[in-house]
Design a protein around this ligand. Sequence first.
Ligand code: IVH
Length: 759
Amino acid sequence: MEDLFSQSPNDPAGRIAFLSKELDRHNRLYYTEAQPEISDAEYDVLFRELEDLEKAHPDLADPNSPTQRVGGEPLEGFQQRQHLIPMLSIDDVFKEEEVKLFFRRLQKNLNTERISLTVEPKIDGVAVTLIYRNGKLDYAATRGDGSRGDDVTANVRTIRSLPLTLGDTAPALLEIRGEVYMPNAEFAKLNEQRDEQGLPTFANPRNSTAGTLKQLDPKAVAERPLAVLAHGLGAHEGIKFDTEDDFHALLDRYEIPRNKPVWHVDTLDGVLKTIRELDQLRHDLPYQTDGAVIKVSSFAKRTTLGATSRAPRWAAAFKYPPEQKTTLLRDISVQVGRTGILTPVAELEPVPLSGTTVSRATLHNESFIQERDIRLDDTVLVHKAGEIIPEILSVDTTKRPSGSKPFSLHDHLGGKCPACSAPIELRKNAVKKDGEDYLVLTWWCGNFECPAQAVTRMKHFAQRKALDLDGLGESVAVKLVESAMARSPLDLFELTEETLADLLLEPAKLQSGEESKPRRFGEKKAAGLLSSLQKARTEQPLSKWIFAMGIPHVGESSSKELSRLHEQLTDLADSDTLKTIREITILESEQREISPRNKDNPPKDDEEKEERQAAFTQLKERIAALNDSLTSKKISPDVGPVASASVLAFFASEAGQHVLQRLTKLNINPRSDNYFPDPSSAGADAPFAGKTFVITGTLSGGRDDFKSLIEKNGGKVTGSVSKNTSYVLAGEGGGSKRDKAEKLGVEILDEEGLTKLLS
Ligand code: IVH
């Protein structure tokens, strides 16, 4: 490490070049060879130094710098790139008989018995072309229509295993064709996250890859680990190849990841044997495959064979049949995720599929079950999405037992969370899918103290935006829950320094690859956490506490707005404001329903029309009155009907009630630091009841403070002086309004006058 820091600080260009090269090397060691030499923290130090240098010397920043891997600025749209050589497709073959015909045709056209061929997996990803000029990635493009594609360079740069520079020995031009893919394990993780967020899942890794590459924000792409494998040669200058092996040797020299394994065969039998062998082995590859690509090895022979407008004559793709099996759905079990999402899982009669025995398949959510009308004891067709996730494709309704009933997850669970028995709730998440509005229905457990959610809730509770608890990250939360020291966030307030200091953490991974002894949390960290808990108890404002509760649809800004409207948690639980907001939406939908102009439900006759018109008018007046009662509060859209209903439901639930009781017991009562009392709530006997104020000029405490003081005492603050104004509160330099007040004979107060008036 020492020589890493030995460059002269007066040579930023040299230092930038050095750091870029080092970081590239460490990226390769980490992502390609899985043999890191330095720790993540050491990597971060180098990375940050490079970032800082590039910021200080923008003229020296290179688009292929390792810092660009985390994603650059969002794009407006994709530029088009004309391909140097058309990106053709491959002719598909489906039967061994067709492979034979392909081989015979090669023999005839090349006039030889034996033909040197390579066979390799066909990656089910998204085709890209990578143009390197003078050893630097110039651009990357998708296939598009074969002659023009989208420039996806910014997104491709985020693929860590792909070198962005090839060094000085690189040819003048090198076009590499390859496949971008999402590794199966990453695909599984992504879909799991999407289930938890109530988003529709991707059908297969190819779709998730295509969806990711289409994103205009490279930073979002960087968060989804894509990978790329080279499999073909495009345009090139300053280099010559005889065979596919020469090309592979070049890829290896420049450490461009390439597709493996590759078989070498020269007979038809050899091809057929390899195709069968690959079929056995392909399910263990980390990406989805759908075939075997057979290619003539010699580039000279490829030229002889040529291509049709669609595909070269020197290659064929043997497509494996999609693997699907029918089996019986015996039962449906339910898993409670870390965020309380209930995921139904089909318990299947075990069936061999794509290399393993499948006995369970995710059913994702309520919508998935409803759309396919999946029922207990159904005969179902299963496949594996991304080689690993067994999924039900469809139901064979002809085999459905008589008397079968649509499946209700709610009834199946008796309406209770399997982890904590709290009542479950249906969540509706409106999303866009293939450009259309789509509703994802998910069952959810909202219990703040549900054990299945303990770690997630604790992490949420502790984050800076919430109660900012020192040293409480994921790993500590896991250990607290595992050791039963804290089962819910509020348990944290009962921890003592002694017990907390003794908490055993996961052993650390040492440089040697061995593990350290389990580490103690220790006195120092324990004291730090306890002091931030004390701060949370006494100083953190209501808004942070509201956010920390993790109430659905209540984010940071909703929490702030809620704390402006309420003084303490118990006020939220019984809030007239929130009830009014909730009621307005209910009445509005009722109003739409009974409207005599409702096309879906028109009145039968004139009598009904009249009746409905009368009811409609009544509702309209009621809604207007409710809206009026809210106007003075100027509630921001952050607290709309959805958030309001969610807050009320949370505090009305058994779990929410329990939270309030626990807080009382713990003597915790967070107060709002931006409470803006309802002016109309001050009684008629309030000191300023019925009085109207205008504030002008500069006041010592700021106008807002005086405004809320006046309103707290029942007064109203308006913007302009009229004969109805009771007082003008004037500070330094309150020019025209003061003049007008004098003219109209309105009493003018200074700060002292106002205080006197109050007392
Ligand atoms: S070689 C002229 N090798 O499949 C095309 N292609 O269906 C020669 N593909 O456009 C391509 N894995 O994007 C080749 N191992 C592999 C491949 C592969 C996937 C893609 C490629 C091609 C498409 C044709």
